[in-house]
Design a protein around this ligand. Structure first.
Ligand code: 6R9
Length: 665
């Protein structure tokens, strides 16, 4: 349970410093002069929102035109473009081939290993992508997948990940992509929740120069759920894999031998496109459901507007993993629907050399680059010498997503990577929103380092107080979206009540979508997102729930109770800090207890959830009603004087915990 009253207050100080930020970066004149979206779009969208969105939906190719733009007859179950039909995969590949752009490169894929000078790369044209997606669709059909069936995708950053997603979309079989860094348990629970009958995986992938295995996690997941009927396995690393002839099928056999002819069927605009699991405030991840027409409209429009995309000349690169929503909207769907050439990179930013990313930008002439503040901060730490040794003059716009970007990181990014020429678009959005909501427009907005600025044309958002009243400029509150938008989530998979409860009950009277973030409006009314107001942490741009990690810890036989907080961290934004009470019979837990618990979290959830610090404590600070006071634990974790302990049932506990801090590991 949370101590909600603290909200964003622990970051209050940082924020008031931030709001003193006075640097402004005007759009470059040439970019402004030829920008895709100009200032009048804000007025046009405000004057007739539905007409504006209908215009955006026209970016797509529809088999049947919609009857109604927005059906708001049953809020918060909104529907968009009702009566319309389309195929997302057709929109991302076939139509570009039909328009004579089949020879254009869709994906410059860069594998991590650099072997003896001959890089592990592949260029895939739109025509080749269409063929592979068609083959994969035919292969999935042969494995028994049809419209409405769910398919889990558990792959590294290889082209097959995109092919698999588009093949599912082509069949109307919603995919659920599970991040390759997640454990067998996490995979099994997601497969189980959405009843995925097929899992697409690989033997492994390359991570920092070494092949790391994926298939064993699927094998283990199969012992935890009985939903999986077939496993389609891409051979990537060539490592040994266990094989079950009744279940396992090689991708190169099934897909490789399938026909390249496949006619995509048009589906209802509201047909489910995918389910993406994300952490909520309870231990159980939420399956965010996105549907076809509105989602694709949102992804394509925002990619066009926020990146000022010129598909004929731009080379785009988003460094996210396809296991997160950013990889869905801004690698798979938005860019491909828009027909751009993009880079897809398998590995880590600094393998095998510290300048790997910058070399890729130089080699491929990347013009639009989209990454996360956590990556920028880690490069900042290494200094500018490495990036300075590459020619990145092709870059024209830099994007940031996942967490608030510190002004210093913003300025460094713009200066060192962007050569002081490139606007930085700080894009606020969520798995739930499907597409960018609040962001500067690169040809319009004078950017302020640290601010996501204003809702983009077509989106209406605000910062409100506890009663849902818009706060005046200069004040803070909760970030809300005040009217429905096409790429919004439609529900949580199998749990309409939790959907209503999580997002629509906080400001029910006003009908506002509650984003779960705190924010401030500065004197100009521009928005500064402060971070979560609930028990969700943001570690390197990845959402993790405190409860989920607490549950993992408590599942260890030596643990009686635990409390987890997100502590400010210079590298990862927030880091996981865990306080653990051991069971009596566990004694002091033994010499390796910290490592044991840390490994346990890793195996239960995945490496990204591994605590930075675990402290064994005798008690946890609780209110009289039994709520753990995470605010106090956050004070300890962040090295502050412990705040007000008045509401604690036993105030002496904090002295014990603070004293223990000095000796913990
Ligand atoms: C796209 C994505 C969503 C949460 C969101 C917020 C944080 C994302 C941000 C940002 C400040 C930005 N967040 N972008 N905070 N400025 N530009 O990251 O989706 O993984 O669902 O996370 O991330 O806290 O609520 P998701």
């Amino acid at each position: 349970m949370s101590d909600q009253s603290t909200g964003p207050s622990s970051t209050e100080q940082t924020i008031s410093n931030l709001l003193k930020e006075e640097r402004r970066f005007e759009p470059p004149a040439d970019l402004a002069a030829s920008a895709n979206v100009t200032a009048d779009a804000y007025d046009a969208a405000a004057a007739d929102r539905e007409a504006f969105w209908a215009e955006q939906a026209d970016r797509l190719t529809w088999a049947t035109k919609w009857d109604q733009v927005l059906d708001d007859s049953n809020p918060p179950f909104f529907k968009w473009f009702t009566g319309g039909t389309l195929n997302a995969s057709y929109n991302c590949v076939d139509r570009h081939v039909e328009a004579g752009r089949g020879d254009k490169v869709a994906i410059h894929w860069v594998g991590e290993p650099i072997t003896g000078g001959a890089d592990d790369t592949r260029d895939i044209t739109y025509a080749q992508l269409k063929d592979e997606v068609s083959q994969a669709a035919n292969a999935l059909t042969a494995l028994g997948v049809s419209k409405g069936d769910r398919v889990a995708i558990y792959l590294p950053m290889i082209p097959e990940a995109i092919v698999a997603m588009l093949a599912c979309a082509r069949l109307g079989a919603p995919h659920t992509v599970v991040f390759g860094g997640f454990s067998a348990d996490a995979l099994a629970s997601r497969v189980d929740d959405c009843e995925a009958k097929v899992v697409i995986t690989s033997d492994g992938g390359y991570r920092r120069g070494t092949p790391s295995a994926l298939k064993p996690a699927v094998d283990e997941a199969r012992t935890k759920t009985d939903k999986i009927e077939k496993v389609l396995v891409v051979r990537r690393t060539g490592q040994e894999v266990a094989w079950d002839d009744a279940v396992d099928v090689w991708w190169h056999d099934a897909v490789g031998s399938a026909s390249t002819d496949h006619t995509p069927e048009a589906f209802d605009a509201e047909h489910p496109l995918y389910v993406m699991y994300t952490s909520g405030t309870t231990g159980k991840p939420k399956g965010i459901l996105h549907t076809t027409g509105g989602y694709l409209t949102g992804a394509a429009y925002t990619h066009h507007a926020v990146f000022d995309l010129k598909p004929e000349t731009d080379v785009y690169w988003c460094t996210a993993d396809v296991g997160w929503v950013t990889g869905h909207s801004y690698i798979a769907y938005g860019p491909l629907a828009n027909g751009v050439t993009q880079v897809l990179y398998e590995g880590t930013p600094d393998s095998p050399e510290p300048g790997r990313w910058w070399k890729i930008i130089q080699d491929y002439g990347v013009t639009l680059f989209y990454t996360a503040p956590t990556a920028i901060r880690s490069f900042m730490k290494q200094g500018s010498e490495v990036p300075d040794s590459f020619d990145m003059s092709s870059l024209r716009i830099l994007g940031s997503v996942g967490e608030p970007i510190n002004p210093e990181a913003y300025v460094w990014y713009r200066h060192v990577i962007g050569g002081d020429r490139t606007p930085v678009v700080d894009t606020w959005w969520q798995t739930e929103t499907g597409a960018v909501m609040i962001s500067p427009l690169p040809g319009v907005t004078a950017g302020k380092p640290g601010s996501a600025m204003t809702p983009i044309p077509g989106i209406e958002a605000d910062v409100v107080d506890d009663e849902g009243r818009s706060v005046p400029n200069g004040s803070g509150g909760y970030l809300v979206v005040t009217s429905p938008w096409p790429s919004m989530l439609r529900t949580l998979w199998g749990d309409d009540d939790r959907y209503v409860d999580t997002y629509w009950s906080r400001f029910k009277k006003q009908g506002f979508y509650f984003a779960g973030d705190g924010a401030k409006k500065d004197e100009d009314g521009d928005i500064w997102v402060l971070g979560r107001v609930d028990d969700v942490m943001n570690v390197s741009g990845h959402r993790l729930s405190t409860t989920e990690i607490e549950s993992a810890l408590v599942s260890h036989p030596k643990v009686a109770e635990s409390a987890v907080v997100g502590a400010t961290d210079p590298d990862t934004g927030q880091a996981v800090v865990a306080y653990v009470i051991l069971r009596n019979e566990a004694g002091d837990g033994g010499p390796d207890i910290i490592k044991e618990l840390s490994d346990h979290v890793r195996s239960q959830i995945g490496p990204i959830a591994k605590p930075r610090q675990i402290m064994i404590v005798p008690e946890l600070p609780k209110t009289r009603s039994g709520k753990i006071m995470r605010r106090l634990l956050r004070d300890v974790a962040e090295g502050r004087t412990v705040g007000d302990t008045q509401t604690l049932a036993d105030a002496s506990i904090m002295d014990l915990i603070s004293a223990g801090q000095a000796t913990s590991t």
